[in-house]
Design a protein around this ligand. Sequence first.
Ligand code: C5P
Length: 236
Amino acid sequence: MEILEQLYEGKAKKVYRTSDPKLYMVYYKDDATAFNGSKKGSIQDKGYYNNQISAIFFKLLTEKGIPNHFVELTGERSMLVKTLEIIPVEVVVRNIVAGSLAKRIGKPEGTQLAVPVLEFYYKDDALGDPMINEYHVKALGLATEEEMKTISQMALRVNEILVEHLTPLNIQLVDFKLEFGRHEGEILLGDEISPDTCRFWDTATQEKLDKDRFRRDLGKVEEAYQEVLQRLTGGK
Ligand code: C5P
C-alpha cells in the first residue's frame, strides 16, 4: 500500500490518502494550539506520544467492542485508519468539573459530578466550536436522531472503559472529547484519544498530566505526556 497526497492538515495532525480507498494515513505533529488556535507552540515529541497513546486506547476499545477507525501503527508518529466522513459534532464527556464547565456553572475545578455529563459542540473553528444540543444537531442535519443515539451510547461506554483502565494506573479521567464519523454505513469513533483531548489527573496529587500544562503555562509539558504513555505501557 502506498501513501499518496496529503488531504488535510489540521492543528495537530495531517491526513494522507493511500492507495487503498478505504484507508487514510494519519501523521501526528508536535504543533500545539489552544484557545481555538490563538495560543500556538510546540511540544517536543508530542506527535510520538499522542500517536502511541491513541493507539493503545483504540486497541483497548476495539477489544471491548467499540467500533473505531484505528487499523494499525505504521510508524512512531503515524497510524493507518479507516476513512471517515466526519460528523461535525464534538462530543465531550465529563466526570469531574474542570475547564469550560467550571466557568459555565461557577463550581470549582475538581468537583465530582454525580453522573457523567455529555455535551455536544458544533465543530466550526470560525465560530469557536459553540455548544449545541441534540435539537440543533437534528435541525441542522448534522446527524440523524438514530446516529446521535448510537454516538451518545458509545461515548458513555468509552468513558466506562477508559475509567476502568486508568483507575489502577492512578489516573483520574476528568473529561475528554471524542469525534465520530461514518464508514460504509457504520458509525465509528475517530480522531485521537490523547493528553491533547483528555484531562488526566494524578489520583494522589491531582497533578495535571495533559494539555492544560501547555494551555496554562504550568511547565513540564513533555514530561506529562511521557508519564501518561509510561503508565499505559508499564514502562515497556
Ligand atoms: O475546554 P473544555 O473544558 O470544554 O474541554 C473539555 C474536554 O474536551 C477537555 O478534555 C479538552 O481537552 C477537550 N477538548 C478538545 N478539543 C476541543 C475542546 C475541548 O479536545 N476543541
